[in-house]
Design a binder for this molecule. Structure first.
Ligand SMILES: [Zn+2]
Length: 172
């Protein structure tokens, strides 16, 4: 067993010699001792090692398989996250945080629905205003046409008067 000069955070806290083959060393570097302290407090060092080595692939037959190295960093992150959540909320742990976030999502969805309803309402008001404006803008042009008709009709008497004066000139 080749002992390394700088032990990993786990071996330092457990006061044991850190070997080159230490399974915890890649995930608990000496610069982040808090990660191991938290996980150790909640799960215990032997369980952390067990989780990193094996995982249950069948609950019914309790068959275990070695955890692939590529997934060990994620396993450590999950353990550290769960340990922190468990220390903050000893009863519900991360489930409490999930519940809280789900409530927040529901609340925000309700706010979003309310805002969307307000947008639809404002769009309806705008549409109604636009309709009124369009019908109002039609009315003056209609009145203008009526006005110009009146002017045209007003010209007719002048024409009639001219005709009358023409007849007067003929008969006189
Ligand atoms: Zn170590």
């Amino acid at each position: 067993m080749l002992v390394v000069a700088t032990p990993c955070a786990a071996c330092k806290i457990l006061r044991r010699k850190c070997a080159e083959t230490c399974i915890l060393a890649p995930y608990f570097p000496p610069v982040e001792p808090l990660k191991f302290i938290m996980a150790h407090r909640v799960f215990g060092a032997s369980n952390i090692i067990k989780f990193l080595q094996l995982y249950v692939i069948s609950q019914a037959h309790l068959r275990q398989k070695e955890l692939p190295e590529s997934r060990r960093a994620d396993a450590v992150s999950s353990m550290v996250y769960e340990a922190n959540a468990r220390i903050r909320d000893p009863v519900y742990g991360s489930a409490g945080a999930i519940f809280q976030l789900q409530n927040q999502v529901k609340e925000l969805q309700a706010q979003l629905a309310k805002a969307q309803a307000e947008v639809v309402n404002i769009q309806c008001q705008h549409a109604a205003l636009f309709c009124n404006e369009t019908s109002n803008s039609h009315q003056p042009s209609f009145q203008f046409i009526t006005g110009s008709d009146e002017i045209f009709e007003g010209n007719n008497p002048t024409f009639d008067i001219d005709q009358e004066s023409l007849w007067d000139t003929i008969w006189s």
